[in-house]
Ligand binder design. Structure first.
Ligand SMILES: NC(=O)NCCC(=O)O
Length: 383
């Protein structure tokens, strides 16, 4: 089998002549971002623990009345640590240990907010449709072992943590949800945001496991800025991004689990477009690796029964309101992507492009209200 491409950026850097590379970066990525100088101890630790570490800076123009609002965010992408047949508690513990190593490096780099990938404590077993053992990975958002683990890290490092888990909601008949828990830098659980849109495509048999979210489009005021979480498949829905932005999100995280054949060509477009359209920063995070399941499964799409989803292609990246973006993390390795953002760029870009002012939302609201009615007739004029 041919070796997997590590990243598109590697190929560009290898083959584009140096004198043209800068312009190619600008055309493809908006502008060439400055690299962050990261402390030697962080670089050493990332290399010792075998994960990629990259850092970039999105600056903004200086203003007379507002100070820069520079904060650092970190996105973590990773493989599962143990085979999917290992005992559940061992799998969870092993992933906790891995994430603790990476968060420690984030803290060395003065990261203020860190976000993990979708359903980060478990293999993405929702392809299988089997209940046990996968539903055993579900935990309380308020006091499950993973939330407690994150609370300790948050307090230790004074860091906000976005922790997307499979949630078991004991107050509502043990209902399962796909939920991001937001843990404040004080260690308190600030709240939770559930996945609104559930995929019904290919092997993504997720509706077998959990329900469409009922938490709307919450925005969380953290010590470092206003954040929201649009989980995975929600990135295909422009109105989902829009509503987080309407509630004032300055950064929208998009923790995901998606595979090459299905979505890799959409990946660089969707979160980046959302950053542009909504005058905010967006953060696309995807897991890496291929996860093997003991029992074969099919998905009613004519494909022969198989044991895995295919490869999760990583490529996590951050996009800014002005359309610029970081290079992606690798398609194959665990990694930590750090960016320093000046949040003033959100309003500066909004004042320049005026998408919020020119949005005509009242017109869409009226037309959408009609379009969802059972007696709706499309507005088509015919001769
Ligand atoms: N986890 C998830 O929603 N995946 C769906 C596939 C995709 O949106 O690319």
């Amino acid at each position: 089998m041919a070796e997997q491409l590590v990243s598109v950026e590697h190929v560009l850097e290898k083959y584009i002549p140096a004198e043209e590379l800068q312009e190619v970066w600008s055309v493809l990525y908006g502008r060439k971002l400055r690299c962050l100088e990261l402390p030697g101890c962080a670089v050493d630790s990332a290399s010792q623990h075998g994960f990629e570490l990259k850092g970039y800076m999105f600056d903004a123009a200086s203003e007379q009345l507002r100070k820069p609002r520079a904060i650092r965010i970190g996105l973590i992408q990773n493989k599962i640590q143990l085979p999917t047949t290992s005992p559940v508690a061992e799998q969870v513990n092993a992933i906790h240990r891995r994430i603790a190593e990476i968060v420690e490096v984030a803290a060395m780099c003065d990261v203020n907010i860190v976000c993990f990938q979708e359903a980060w404590t478990m293999p993405f077993a929702f392809c299988t449709r089997e209940r046990l053992p996968w539903t055993e990975f579900a935990e309380s958002a308020e006091n499950g072992v993973t939330t407690k683990f994150c609370q300790e890290l948050a307090k230790k490092y004074n860091i906000v943590i976005v922790s997307p888990i499979l949630e078991r909601d004991e107050s509502h008949g043990e209902t399962l949800w796909n939920t991001a828990v937001i843990i404040s830098n004080t260690g308190a659980v600030l709240g939770k945001s559930r996945k609104n849109h559930i995929p019904r495509i290919g092997d993504f048999n997720e509706s077998t496991y959990y329900m469409e979210g009922n938490t709307g489009h919450k925005v969380f005021q953290t010590a470092y800025g206003k954040i929201a979480v649009n989980i995975c498949y929600g990135r295909h829905h422009p109105l989902n991004w829009l509503m987080y932005s309407m509630n004032g999100a300055e950064i929208i995280f998009n923790p995901s689990a998606t595979v090459g054949e299905l979505s890799e060509s959409l990946w660089p477009i969707e979160a980046r477009n959302a950053a542009i359209a909504n005058h905010c920063f967006t953060c696309a995070i995807n897991r890496v690796g291929t996860e093997h399941f003991e029992n074969e499964f099919t998905s009613g799409d004519g494909k022969k029964a198989h044991h895995d989803f295919g490869y999760f292609y990583g490529s996590s990246y951050i996009a800014a309101p002005d359309g610029s973006r970081t290079p992606g993390l690798s398609r194959v390795h665990d990694g930590l992507l750090i960016a320093e953002l000046d949040l003033n760029l959100c309003r500066q870009t909004s004042d320049k492009w005026n998408f919020k002012m020119t949005g005509r939302h009242e017109m869409y609201a009226d037309e959408l209200a009609q379009a969802v009615r059972p007696d709706f007739q499309p507005n088509i004029i015919r001769e």
